[in-house]
Design a protein around this ligand. Structure first.
Ligand SMILES: C[S@@+](CC[C@H](N)C(=O)[O-])C[C@H]1O[C@@H](n2cnc3c(N)ncnc32)[C@H](O)[C@@H]1O
Ligand code: SF4
Length: 382
């Protein structure tokens, strides 16, 4: 089947932080002097190279992630968006998100980000418990997080996400729920509630902290989901909760096998070339100094996604959504004939782990609790 190109998003990576957190495996590096001007020019060169590959397509969402994007100045973003708008058609109602860390912001900076065209903010709070913030190596305390959220609001960011983590070292269920309650009290439009995972190549991997056991983690999750639902935050993805209609459009595009260009050190991209029946993945040079040295050559080899990998990747992402993913969308975006899956998926359906409803394939509640097992079965079946 011919491919239909999905919506296109733009991801911009800023790779610097004040200090590296012991649990973090993102491409982030302790900052020295921030090379703002050089990075700005590098991002635009990088974007131009990618646009030669992508052709002219409107961009529907932009996400500036890190690292700590709020370390860069409002002037950096003003110039960056002027450069982006000069090079591609940014949709009039594009969602433009920036990740901000408490402890790196003040009121004037938020106003500057808003003036630069950023219309959604994601604040990395993690916890409101100062002991846990210290254990996580964060540079801020709880009051700085409350201040950041309040100042962001005052600067006009009415579309606001807070990141909170649970399963923290020594954390009780009451403490985890108290973190959520304090987040809810700030009335964000969106909450991301992540379980702390121990990733290779982190300080926590080398000396693992004591986390709550599996059973109490599962109990805490159930209690947290109920608390969020009572406050009208609807769970639409494994870790994402939103007020109705305020889901993150950018992340939704990832989960629905949409296209994205990733610019900046280490950024990943996925691009559909319908005329060639091709789906490509590629990544940029990871180390900031190597990236800055030659941004025009920062794109590593193009990796075509073919055959069963297409179905698997679409399901790997789409099954994270509580409503699942439309079979028609999968067919349009992968070229796969999903009617052929019926026999293959019978076992997972019979075991009550996945369901087909109204043209969508989705995990059941139990399936979502055992998502890794479901994906393993799919990897062996498709
Ligand atoms: C790209 S990160 C960084 C955002 C921002 N620099 C910050 O730390 O506030 C986005 C979010 O991922 C979550 N995160 C990072 N590492 C994690 C881990 N090992 N386990 C669970 N969540 C993690 C944190 O909640 C973090 O805010
Ligand atoms: S501030 Fe955020 S991106 Fe930076 S090291 Fe910590 S978790 Fe990672």
């Amino acid at each position: 089947m011919p491919l239909t190109p999905p919506p296109l998003s733009l991801y911009i990576h800023t790779p610097w932080c004040v200090r590296k957190c012991p649990y973090c495996d993102f491409n982030s590096h302790e900052r020295g002097e921030l090379p703002e001007e050089a990075y700005l020019q590098a991002l635009l060169v990088d974007l131009e190279q990618d646009l030669q590959l992508a052709g002219e397509r409107p961009v529907e969402t932009v996400f500036i992630g890190g690292g700590t994007p709020s370390l860069m100045s409002p002037a950096f973003y003003r110039e960056l968006f002027a450069g982006i708008r000069a090079r591609l058609p940014l949709s009039e109602h594009a969602e433009i998100t920036l990740e901000a860390n408490p402890g790196t912001t003040e009121a004037a900076r938020f106003e500057g980000f808003r003036e630069a065209g950023i219309n959604r903010l994601s604040i990395g709070v993690q916890s409101f418990n100062n002991g846990h913030l210290q254990a996580l190596g964060r540079i801020h305390d709880a009051s700085a997080a409350v201040r950041a959220a309040t100042q962001a609001r005052a600067a006009g960011f009415d579309n606001l996400n807070l990141d909170i983590m649970h399963a923290l070292p020594g954390q009780s269920q009451a403490q985890a729920l108290s973190d959520l309650e304090q987040a809810i009290a700030l009335q964000p439009t969106h909450l991301s509630w992540y379980e702390l995972t121990i990733e290779p190549n982190t300080v926590f991997y080398r000396s693992p902290p004591q986390q709550p056991d599996g059973d109490s983690m599962a109990d805490t999750e159930e209690a947290g989901f109920a608390l969020l639902a009572r406050h009208n935050y609807h769970r639409y993805e494994v870790s994402a909760f939103a007020r109705p209609g305020l889901e993150c459009r950018h992340n939704r595009n990832y989960w629905e096998f949409g296209d994205y260009l990733g610019i900046g050190a280490g950024a990943h991209s996925k691009l559909t070339k319908a005329a060639d029946n091709a789906i490509l993945r590629f990544q940029k040079t990871r180390k900031p100094e190597d990236y800055l040295a030659d941004p025009a050559q920062s794109r590593r080899q193009l990796q075509p996604v073919t055959g069963a990998d297409r179905s698997f990747e679409a399901l790997l992402n789409g099954l994270r959504l509580t409503g699942g993913i439309s079979l028609q969308v999968i067919a349009d975006r992968t070229g796969v004939n999903t009617a052929e899956w019926e026999g293959l998926l019978g076992d997972l359906q019979y075991r009550g782990l996945i369901a087909m409803e109204q043209g969508h394939i989705k995990c059941t509640r139990t399936g979502l609790q055992h998502l890794n097992g479901v994906l393993e079965t799919l990897a062996n079946t498709l």
